[in-house]
Design a protein around this ligand. Structure first.
Ligand code: NAP
Length: 250
């Protein structure tokens, strides 16, 4: 039976790379995209690469669009095996420092990075419960790790910003709490740290490729039944480079 995977924000960057890698493993990939045009373009590109890909209109900040997406998946497949909560945005104000932060910016970032994940997850859970090996991957970041951000020896130390890092810290707790609730159901819920990848999000300043970032999500999406749940996983960024993927400190 084909594995059905939904990737939110799957039309570009790490999400598109995740769809490509999961498609190459033979999964049916549902590319969540808030723009019909960008979704169709991604669907076409993935199909040209041999994947069974379908664009699915999905704006994670729009509850109606999330509900319609869940209804479509229910009608077409009756279940969902993999949910990758990948859609995310980064915003800052002025100097980017905490003292320059506007509440409206924080609200915008949280709508997508935190509330969007909760809305999508709750809508998809009934479908995930019908899967034989359900996996939820929340695409977070090492900047959501309070331990890393407060480590003076970490390359992340100079960064002091509120909206994006705190949204990923909140997402880490969201991940842990879902993992706790679902621990006896077979649904594994983990947070992925893609590492610093060159995408539109950071004007392509990252030193890893989107594919390298996507591999972290793929690993968590394809965990065996005895794999972990409730962890933040990925490469740890240190002054001498990025280490191997591992469980990261919260
Ligand atoms: P990206 O290239 O900017 O792509 C972001 C994706 O999210 C796009 O497909 C975008 O769709 C989608 N999106 C944004 N808001 C949405 C919404 N309301 N509903 C549905 N889709 C929405 O960024 P990326 O670097 O690939 O980031 C993917 C994830 O990785 C994010 O969660 C990000 O925080 C995380 N991450 C990235 C890095 C990095 O170094 N790049 C590091 C750590 C974590 P549109 O095309 O319509 O805008």
């Amino acid at each position: 039976m084909t594995t059905i995977a939904l990737i939110t924000g799957g039309n570009r960057g790490i999400g598109l790379a995740t769809a490509r890698l999961l498609g190459a493993r033979g999964m049916t990939v549902l590319v969540g995209a808030r723009s019909a045009d960008r979704g169709s373009r991604a669907e076409r590109a993935l199909r040209e690469g041999g994947a069974d890909a379908w664009a699915l209109p999905l704006d994670v900040t729009d509850e109606k669009s999330v509900r319609l997406a869940a209804e479509w998946i229910d009608t077409e497949y009756g279940r969902l095996d993999v949910l990758v909560n990948n859609a995310g945005i980064a915003r800052g104000d002025g100097t980017g420092e905490p003292s320059a932060t506007r509440l409206s910016t924080m609200r915008t970032v949280y709508e997508t990075n935190v509330f969007g994940v909760v809305v999508v997850t709750n809508a998809m859970l009934p479908l995930l419960h019908r899967s034989a090996a359900p996996r939820i991957v929340n695409v977070s970041s090492e900047v959501g790790s309070i331990t890393s951000m407060m480590d003076p020896t970490s390359p992340l130390w100079p960064m002091a910003s509120v909206p994006y890092p705190s949204s990923k810290a909140a997402l880490n707790m969201v991940t842990a709490m879902y993992a706790k609730e679902l621990r006896d159901t077979g649904i594994k819920v983990n947070a992925a740290n893609p590492g610093y990848c060159a995408t539109d999000l950071n004007r392509h300043s990252g030193f890893r490729t989107a594919e390298q970032g996507a591999e972290v999500s793929v690993y968590l999406a394809t965990l065996p039944d005895d794999g972990p749940t409730g962890v933040l996983w990925g490469p740890l960024w240190r002054a001498d480079g990025t280490g191997p993927d591992c469980v990261l400190p919260w």
